[in-house]
Design a protein around this ligand. Structure first.
Ligand SMILES: C[S@@+](CC[C@H](N)C(=O)[O-])C[C@H]1O[C@@H](n2cnc3c(N)ncnc32)[C@H](O)[C@@H]1O
Ligand SMILES: [Zn+2]
Length: 367
């Protein structure tokens, strides 16, 4: 079947109704991810001098590479599946675009060749590709992870194995996934004295997508390591504390209610996006993009999100307190009126961030 995205039209196979079949993979639901990729690449080109080459490491139909080529990037694609390689070549040709498609393991290519942008969009965890990828670029590393259950601690052992950390299944699971992923990427970069710094990150549908500027130098890498740490979370009253350190010092029990504490980490505790970069990316969303409205709304939300490492869900807190929920604007205004910072978040309509702790949120919003 034919699919049009941005300024290109591609041939993609019919997909199996459930699971992964033999056909070359294409997920129409990831159009938002791909639209945002193009907008982010445009913002990156403005921010960082000299970016030209884009490597679509796990290309499948080649849709990302084809869209990047149509946007002026010098593109190379790669896939282990010969059918994908043929299809990606056909899709470049069909759109009169130049580009090279390699058959083989992307990590081999990444050990041999450097690119300004490396894009990892594999099945499940991206971690098997990451060591090769961080050494292959000093521009931008773009990473999709679709293994949300391991990342957010719902599949605990799998998360521990893939990300070499302790993920915890909390009510802020999307944000846990974001911070586990970025934390693991930053630590992978640091092994090679590379400083990975998030430009833009979103958790949408069933994946996390992050774009990291790749800098070099031991000191810069150390500065990123200093933004890692732990979250100590109370499973009884939802109180949580973040601790930036190399080792964890969890309290014996919750300082607010005496309940049980679980600790997640090491995870990324820094900002998950550069505010100006996110605003610039929003300017690069254009009318050719099928998800333009959703992309702009998401970018706006993410730009204005506070940088606290966890968020709350008003409905979850109100249930805990045996109270009925109020409108989000009213709720956030009450927090601000009490002198706290407060913002909505990308993680859902009733979620918010604030510098107030749970007891203070309760007091500030109790009318
Ligand atoms: C999720 S699909 C990519 C989807 C595509 N980027 C898109 O936006 O539609 C993952 C692809 O990675 C390929 N793949 C798996 N292991 C690989 C490896 N080691 N090197 C390169 N490609 C690989 C698979 O054959 C598959 O086509
Ligand atoms: Zn507690």
């Amino acid at each position: 079947m034919d699919v049009s995205e941005g300024h290109v039209t591609l041939t993609v196979p019919e997909q199996p109704e459930e699971g992964v079949g033999d056909a070359v993979f294409f997920n129409p639901d990831q159009e938002l991810n791909r639209d945002l990729t193009i907008a982010t690449l445009r913002a990156a080109r403005e921010r960082i001098d000299g970016l030209e080459t884009y490597f679509d490491a796990t290309a499948a139909s080649g849709v990302r590479g084809v869209r990047a080529a149509a946007d002026g990037w010098t593109v190379e694609c790669c896939d282990t599946d010969p059918d994908a390689v043929t299809l990606a070549r056909e899709n470049l040709a069909r759109n009169d675009l130049a580009g090279t498609v390699h058959e083989g393991d992307a990590t081999v290519r990444l050990h041999e060749q450097r690119y300004d942008i490396v894009d990892l969009d594999p099945f499940g965890t991206p971690m098997p590709f990451v060591d090769a990828a961080v050494r292959a670029t000093d521009g931008v590393l773009a990473v999709t992870a679709t293994d949300l259950a391991p990342l957010c601690g719902a599949h605990f052992r799998s998360g521990v194995r893939s990300y070499a950390t302790v993920p915890r299944n909390t009510e802020y699971h999307g944000e846990m996934a974001v911070r586990v992923l970025i934390g693991a990427l930053v630590r992978a970069g640091a092994r090679y004295d590379r400083a990975l710094d998030p430009l833009f990150t979103h958790a949408s549908d069933h994946y996390v997508r992050t774009y990291l500027a790749v800098g070099s130098g031991a000191q810069a890498a150390d500065a990123q390591i200093d933004r890692l740490g732990y979250v100590h979370h109370c499973t009884d009253c939802l109180h949580r504390d973040a601790e930036r350190d190399l080792i964890a010092h969890p309290p014996a029990d919750c300082p607010a209610c005496g309940g049980s504490i679980v600790t997640a980490g090491p995870i990324w505790l820094g900002a998950i996006r550069d505010r100006e970069f996110t605003a610039a990316t929003r300017e690069h969303v254009d009318a050719s993009m099928g998800t333009a409205d959703r992309a702009r709304d998401l970018l706006d939300r993410i730009e204005h999100e506070l940088d606290t490492p966890t968020h709350y869900d008003q409905h979850r807190l109100c249930k805990e307190w045996g109270r009925s929920a109020s409108g989000m604007d009213e709720f956030l205004d009450a927090l601000r009126a009490a002198g706290y910072q407060a913002s909505r978040t990308q993680y859902g309509g009733t979620t918010f961030k604030t510098d107030a702790d749970v007891d203070s949120i309760r007091a500030a919003t109790d009318d």
